[in-house]
Design a protein around this ligand. Structure first.
Ligand code: CA
Length: 709
């Protein structure tokens, strides 16, 4: 948003207060409790980077070179659609002229190519979408040549006339008036009538166009200025309901429009978090951050999008910014180390004038970003961000443990047995013996360096068998340790020697595609290049491909190589074991092309010829968080013989019911239980006695269980 006005201390008349309260009530009841499913960022890489005003070609390069390898899961781009042309200000991006994907940051083809490149690097693309309004200009020619006048934006994309705008044409002057905030003009921007079915569909068409290019998430600009009921209606028209959504709702106490109204639609940016970080880092005590994840004045963690700063707040002083030096870096370390919200690292360009655009050509086309030249900050490349993304990925699913502080600005805490961080926001260094829950070993501090060959390029820290570690935290510095950055770990194999070295993936040809490909990554490795590797005919109705998994889990999606994808409802498939068979969203572990039992030395010739088999479809209702997966394990070989490492992965395509069909010997009775695996590989058995099921003589028996916690 261009210079989004924020309300000062509420100062309103009794009448205005009454009106606001009435309107608040009217608005709040509309959403009710019918919250649609909210998609969290999928997979174990949940951190986003906002590459503000980076060109599409620059982002593509960055995905391959740094963002993907660092472990970022998402990149948020600036708005990609046609905008006004003025004097090169950054905020022209926030003044739409049409929904053509052509802008000063690149073309539609470049946007699409960037998405493909980023995806191949394991990075999903989220788009900053401006849908509350069109431009503030009364006439002009847009970036892509669209000629417009006030409230007249011609077809084909974003075809709007006066009837498509709210009747209020005046400026928002009172943030305590819900009607004004959502219907009148924000800094002159012509406010779309988002209550109109036509407008909602136009906006949805734009979002769906982006999805067709491969976009997986939206950051909704100015969401506060769109009634939550309108935004929910637009969301319901999105072609892929699994996309990730985070909304800009700038909360201010006492105002009628509050962030909580929008949490049923998607995540909401938690401005109070960023404001608090600034306050604490500048003039408070870092010790006050203990317990932040359950603070009553913050949104629930699983609904909060958090950031240290964004493009508005780095300019208006509401938060810290790159201009705050080490304080800003420490704030990023804390955000990425601490388990609250879904973080977005911000990376823009240096500026003196708040309106100044990114470095650009005379015609306004923005230059490709370059690092190390004093123009773009490239803050996402710092160890405090890039290496801390690796930290966050390594500790996913763990809670804060071993919190320590000195009552002031020196704090340290662990993330279970996965990581440990110490932050020293003071002018003198801190040396002490810390108590960690880390496994004993030699760790590389990822703030001063990284794992390098058989050692560390920065500080080395030894953790004793009792978990203690003595080290020095620099003044206004930090130390961060995690299990994926142990000294010499670059040479240690991470494969599990007890499992096979390859996974044969079968895929049912029920899609009717002319060709089948598997796009995958092994463990935390890199994705194959889009569209992935060809699968070949295996037997009637099936294609297959052997993946060199080294025993690690394979994350995969399937495609015809021509734009059609089966990515398990955007969650991708998690495949493990020596054989997996994917059919209509269900992952099994039986070779569908005849198991050709390798001349087993069965000394039981009394068995019926070709002992018949039937299937049991195991299903369990289990609530999980991002990174967790549910498996079934039992006493038969097909169910892993009680070895959790050989458990059968269940698909979450019908979440909260996890399900997979397993072929078992007909008529036998098997015992089984469900286990939950965390992103870090640790697992939890459900409680209670073993479950039991008798396999039918033929066909499929469907069982529906509920996780016993
Ligand atoms: Ca509006």
């Amino acid at each position: 948003m261009p210079t989004t006005p924020r309300s000062a201390a509420p100062r309103r008349s009794a009448l205005a207060a009454l009106l606001a309260a009435l309107l608040a009530l009217a608005g709040l009841t509309a959403l009710g409790s019918a919250n649609p499913a909210v998609a969290a960022p999928s997979g174990d890489r949940t951190t986003a980077v906002n590459l503000f005003q980076w060109t599409w070609n620059s982002i593509a390069r960055e995905c391959t070179d740094t963002i993907g390898p660092a472990g970022y899961g998402w990149v948020q781009t600036s708005p990609p659609n046609e905008h006004v042309q003025l004097a090169g200000q950054w905020w022209t991006s926030y003044q739409p002229v049409s929904y053509k994907i052509e802008s000063k940051l690149g073309t539609r083809a470049e946007y699409k190519a960037m998405i493909d490149t980023c995806r191949a690097a394991g990075v999903s693309v989220s788009t900053d979408v401006v849908i509350n309004h069109m431009s503030a200009q009364t006439s002009g020619t847009g970036w892509a040549g669209t000629v417009f006048t006030e409230e007249h934006y011609p077809e084909p994309a974003g075809g709007y006339g006066p009837q498509d705008f709210h009747s209020c044409k005046t400026e928002i002057s009172n943030y305590n008036d819900r009607y004004q905030v959502q219907n009148c003009r924000l800094v002159g921007l012509q406010d779309l009538d988002t209550g109109s079915e036509y407008v909602r569909q136009e906006i949805a068409d734009y979002l769906n166009d982006l999805i067709s290019l491969g976009v997986r998430g939206f950051r909704v600009d100015g969401a506060k200025h769109i009634a939550a009921t309108d935004l929910a209606a637009i969301r319901s028209k999105i072609s892929d309901q699994s996309v990730y959504i985070v909304q800009e709702v700038i909360g201010a106490s006492g105002e009628p429009v509050q962030p909580g109204e929008y949490t049923g639609i998607g995540d909401v940016h938690e401005f109070n978090y960023a404001r608090n970080l600034k306050s604490v880092m500048n003039s408070g005590a870092l010790s006050s951050l203990q317990g932040l994840s359950s603070a009553s004045w913050l949104l629930p963690s699983d609904r909060a999008g958090v950031f240290v700063d964004n493009h508005d707040t780095e300019r208006n002083g509401e938060t810290l910014s790159y201009k705050d030096g080490s304080t800003y870096r420490l704030a990023n370390v804390f955000m990425l180390a601490y388990p609250y919200g879904t973080p977005t690292v911000y990376s823009g360009y240096t500026f003196g004038n708040n309106d100044a655009g990114a470095p650009q050509q005379g015609n306004g086309k923005v230059d490709d970003a370059a690092c190390g030249q004093g123009t773009f900050t490239c803050a996402h490349r710092w160890n405090e961000t890039a290496h801390m993304v690796g930290f966050r990925n390594a500790v996913a699913g763990t809670s804060v443990t071993q919190w320590w502080d000195n009552g002031g600005n020196q704090i340290a805490f662990g993330r279970g047995d996965r990581g440990y961080v110490a932050i020293n926001r003071s002018g003198s260094s801190l040396t002490r013996t810390f108590s960690t829950s880390l496994p004993a070993g030699r760790y590389c501090d990822v703030i001063s360096g990284a794992v390098s060959g058989s050692g560390c390029s920065g500080t080395t820290v030894d953790v004793s068998s009792s978990g203690t570690a003595t080290f020095t935290v620099p003044a206004n510095g930090s130390i961060a340790l995690h299990v994926n950055a142990r000294s010499g770990s670059t040479t240690s194999p991470t494969t599990d020697p007890t499992t096979g070295t390859a996974t044969t993936v079968y895929y049912a040809t029920t899609q009717g595609w002319s060709a089948y490909r598997i796009h995958y990554k092994v463990g935390n490795g890199s994705w194959t290049a889009v569209p992935g590797e060809a699968m070949t005919a295996a037997c009637a109705g099936w294609v297959s491909r052997e993946v060199a998994s080294g025993g690690a889990a394979v994350t995969a999606a399937f495609t015809d190589g021509n734009g059609r994808w089966d990515n398990n409802g955007s969650k991708d498939y998690t495949l493990s074991g020596s054989v997996v068979a994917v059919s209509n969203g269900v992952v099994g572990s039986t070779n569908p092309c005849g198991s050709t039992p390798t001349a087993s030395p069965t000394s039981t010739p009394t068995a019926t010829p070709t002992s018949s088999a039937a299937q049991v479809s195991f299903g369990v209702q289990a609530t999980t968080v991002v990174g967790q997966n549910i498996f079934v394990v039992g006493d038969s070989a097909e169910l892993g013989g009680w070895d959790p490492a050989k458990a059968v992965a269940l698909s979450s395509s019908t979440y909260p019911v996890w399900r997979a069909a397993v072929t078992l010997p007909a008529g036998t009775t098997v015992q089984y239980k469900y286990v939950r695996k965390e992103a870090n590989g640790s697992m939890t058995w459900e409680s209670g006695a073993n479950r039991s099921v008798t396999v039918p003589a033929s066909g499929v028996l469907t069982v529906s269980d509920t996780w016993r916690s």
